[in-house]
Structures are given as structure tokens and as C-alpha cells.
Design a protein around this ligand. Sequence first.
Ligand code: SAH
Length: 346
Amino acid sequence: MKAPKDIRTLSSEQLVAELKVLGQPAFRARQIESWIWDKGASSFDEMTNLGGDLRVQLIEKFSLGRLDTGETQVSKDGTVKCAFNIAAGQIVEGVLIPTSKRMTACISSQVGCSLACAFCATGRMKLLKNLTGGEIVDQVRRLAELAQEHHGKGLSNIVYMGMGEPLLNYRHVMESIDRITGTPGLGMSPSRITVSTAGIAKMIRRMGDDETRVNLALSLHAATDEKRNKIMAINETNDLDSLRDAIQHFYTKTGTRPTFEYVLLRDFNDGVEDARALARFATCVPCKINLIEYNPIDDGEFERSRPENTDDFQHFLEDHFNMIVNVRRSRGEDIDAACGQLAGKG
Ligand code: SAH
């Protein structure tokens, strides 16, 4: 017998159609969606306004999965890391990052990653699975609960910067965004959501064509093809010219300024020439720059940039090119929750 279909993978239209087959009116679909996406129900039995017969039919026909929450760890800086058990031996992690102004949930889009960037721990794992929209939304829901429990407030921002490459799981990521921003759903503003990509030119263009309203961050990390090829194999098929074109297309279609992310690696990409190359690339659109402190991973191939080089790099871009530059300090390092450290170690 075929495994029952996860009801959370159905679109609103598909759910209406499925219910019609069961002789049910369309408003039942709204009720069910409200249970799933507003109230976070984890079983059909909770859906008390449906009537017993329909609940039995739903139980026979569909499954209603919920992400199984694993261990939670709290860093001394208030960062909270939460493991989610996807399947036997498959774990993803979500991270809650509190700052004075924001409460950011950093969520995963895949178990593992296919890209193997040289500086990232997740890339050592290979790709095991694309998460479904529901599995992504459940991370947000759980991190929102943890935000209340640990810090007494709700989420202000969501970043797709955990494990995986969101643009290689495009359909499910967009489904999750619809549920996070929609009603029934979590009703968050898309302007509070950022999708971060290692640079899949075709899918960046697609985000433009789809006129998405979320923010886009491109993990640049080097602004010449020669250097970028050395640390990000994806650059061999998605080079800087193709990314520049795609980003311009995205900006023209959406009017949203992209962010360029740049991990500063000591004596590799943190010199004045590197900053000049970054500025040259980044002037292709109005943008923001996020300089990221490198978090060392096991093999020690790279080191964090010296503090004075980080400062010089930032000020060079600000003073000579009038750019908006933020330095993203490392958070949650003591619990392996910092950027690039998520690898399902728990
Ligand atoms: N695949 C997506 C999202 C996941 S990574 C992407 O590449 O953008 C989120 C951010 O953390 C990216 O900018 C990534 O390059 C950065 N990152 C990866 N490893 C890191 C490390 N060891 N230290 C600091 N940042 C890292």
C-alpha cells in the first residue's frame, strides 16, 4: 500500500479538490489549513470543528507530519540552537539569534548540502534530503516558541542561512515562504525574510521573474573568478559575470537591494585589492555588504581575518566607495551554532 500523502504538501487548490472528492465544501479546506498553519495542529483529532466522520476519512487518506524536535542548546551569548530529527540519522539545525533590535531565526532548507564550499562544515556532509515546505515552517514555529521561552519575545526576522542551499530546493522554499507570510499561516512580512544563496544564477533570475518580495543575500566571498573558484566550486558553472547579470535582473524586477555576504579569510581575501574587487562587483546594483567573521571548522585550512584587517576592509569600502557595510560578528560559537558550523553534530 502507498504511504499516505502528507496533507501539508498540498496547495490550497489541491486541498479543495481533494475535499470535493470526499463530498466536502470548500470552506472545510480553510478550516483544515487554519488548523495546520495557524494553530500548528499535529493530528487530525485536534481538528474538533470538522466532525468525526471527516476526521476518520482524513486519517485514512493523509498523514500529518510534524517535525520532531531534538536537543536544544543555549550559548552563553543567548543564541539558541535546536536540532530537528528528519529521519533516522538525518538532523538539521535551526538557530535563534537575539540582538538588542532583532530576534532572528536562522533555518535550514536541506539536510546537508551538495555544494562543498571549502570553508563550510555543512558542505562536508553531502546532500541527504530536500526539506519540505512544512518541515521548514516547523523550524520557524519551534524557534518562535523558543524565542518566547528564552527571551520573552517573538521573531522579528527569518534568514535561510542554516544548512543547505535554498535555491536548489526552490519549490519547497517558496512554499514555506508562502506559509510563513500568508494567512492561514504565520502572517510575517516578506521584507523580514532573507534567502541566502551561494549563487545559482538561473534561480536568482527566477526569483526576479516570480517577483518575490523577500530579500536576497548572495554569498560572494571573493570578487574575482580565480579566487572564487578556489573556495566555491559552484563558481565554475555560475561565474561572476552570470551572477552580476542575474542580480541586476533580480533588482530590476523586484526593486529590492540585495546583500553581498563576504566571509573574511586571513591573507586570502581580506586585502585592499580584494576590497577594491568587491567594490567593483558590488556597484552593479544598489546593495548592502555584510562582512562575516569566519568561524573556524575542523581542518584549519583558513583562519579568521585579523581585527585590524577587518576594520581596514570595512572602512576602505565605506570611505572610498560610500557603501553600506556591516560586520556580522560571530554568535553561538561555543555551541557550534555559528555560520558554517552547522553539521548535525548536535
Ligand atoms: N547555502 C547558502 C546558505 C547557507 S550558509 C549560502 O551559501 O548562502 C549562510 C552563510 O554562512 C553564507 O554566507 C556562508 O557562506 C556563510 N558561511 C559558511 N561557512 C562559514 C564559516 N565557516 N564561517 C563564517 N561564515 C560561513
